[in-house]
Design a protein around this ligand. Structure first.
Ligand code: NAP
Ligand code: ZN
Length: 352
């Protein structure tokens, strides 16, 4: 086993702090990666604070982080796709059974035996898996992804969750040229949703609670921006959207956005607020609207998304921070104050 430096939280009310964790020696199918950048997803905050306790209770200590890019340092004897020195990336999953119908169909995210990158039972070492706020990680090569060489690494890291989580439903619901698409919440996921929907040719409308983000939204690829607390501005779009992606991290009124969907259109929730959302029956009945959810994406689709981003030169807009600023970054996320993803420069962990 290898000891590696990391940042962990000891309880739902603790700050993240420097620690040491164990990583396994690479087995024959494993790739060992030195982590260069790791994005901060709002899911990290939800889980560190045990806000999803009814669905996936947090086991402490927790080492978050599932937007990982780095360099391969060692590979197992049976590894064929990677060699030391290659760039490599890891997202939200590190393993699945590979044999169930979901895995066979490329939907590893639905596999009952899927292992998440952190806070999932670790079948190698016992305990739970530890994520990307660390110096290195060891992952089965089936869950390692290729980063297009033209992409900036700090900005590429967030593609591994924010990128795939928005790309997958945009593709699933047929977003193409000529479609009117809304994105609710201009945070890490939302800003990727805007960039990707724009690249797919859609007419993109951003819904934000932060009027100060208007110019950025237009720069990121939005055609229009609506401050969602302005009822008159909302009403102008009633019944007009083919698709809306809701990427809000906190409790909000989803009916206000369902009412903007045209007949047979769809609203997909990717945000995962702690508390239940109330849905009025008539928000769905009128116009025979669809209300759906989506969770990350499969491995093949994640690679497809990375290649799409390589082709269109798309990365996240990042604020690069040292790991020592992680607690401050969490506080800023809770105030919707990030432009538009924090990406941790893992070199900063060396001084701990
Ligand atoms: P984030 O960067 O914090 O962005 C969330 C955005 O939501 C904020 O920037 C803000 O946008 C808006 N918002 C915040 N509080 C609000 C409120 N009270 N009312 C209305 N809008 C509010 O978070 P993220 O990393 O993008 O993650 C967003 C959500 O997706 C989280 O719940 C996360 O856990 C979830 N998630 C789900 C998946 C999945 O697979 N489904 C994957 C990753 C993350 P404005 O300032 O523009 O209003
Ligand atoms: Zn995430």
């Amino acid at each position: 086993m290898n000891q590696t430096k990391a940042y962990s939280a000891a309880s739902a009310t603790s700050r993240l702090a420097s620690t040491k964790i164990q990583r396994r020696n690479p087995t024959e199918h494993d790739v060992q990666i030195e982590i260069l950048f790791c994005g901060i997803c709002h899911s990290d905050v939800h889980q560190v604070r045990n806000e999803w306790s009814t669905v996936m209770p947090t086991v402490y200590p927790i080492v978050p982080g599932h937007e990982i890019v780095g360099r391969v340092t060692k590979v197992g004897t049976a590894v064929t796709k990677y060699k030391p020195g290659d760039l490599a990336a890891v997202g939200c999953m590190v393993d699945s059974d590979g044999t169930c119908p979901h895995c066979k169909a490329g939907f590893e995210q639905f596999c009952a035996n899927m292992t998440l990158t952190f806070n999932s039972p670790d079948k190698h070492l016992g305990g739970v898996t530890y994520g990307g706020y660390s110096e290195s990680i060891v992952v089965d090569e089936r869950f390692v992804l290729r980063v297009p060489s033209n992409l900036n690494l700090a900005g590429a890291a967030p593609l591994l969750c924010a990128g795939i989580t928005t790309y997958s439903p945009l593709r699933r619901w047929g977003v193409t040229k000529g479609k009117k698409v809304g994105v609710v919440g201009l945070g890490g996921l939302g800003h990727m949703g805007v960039k990707l929907a724009h690249a797919l040719g859609a007419h993109v409308v951003v819904f934000t609670t932060s009027p100060g983000k208007k110019d950025d939204a237009l720069r990121l690829g939005a055609n229009e921006v609506v401050v969602s607390r302005d009822a008159n501005a909302m009403q102008k779009h009633a019944g007009s959207f083919d698709f809306i992606l809701d990427a809000v991290s906190a409790h909000h009124d989803v009916n206000a956005f369902l009412n903007l969907i045209r007949p047979d259109g769809t609203l997909t929730l990717v945000g995962a607020p702690e508390k239940h959302l109330e849905v009025s029956a008539f928000s769905l009945l009128i116009g025979r609207r669809n209300f759906s959810g989506s969770i990350i994406g499969g491995i093949a689709e994640t690679q497809e998304m990375l290649d799409f981003c390589g082709k269109h030169n798309i990365t996240a807009d990042v604020e690069i921070i040292p790991i020592q600023k992680v607690n401050e970054a969490y506080e800023r996320l809770l105030k919707a104050d990030v432009k538009y993803r924090f990406s941790i420069d893992m070199a900063s962990l060396k001084s701990e």
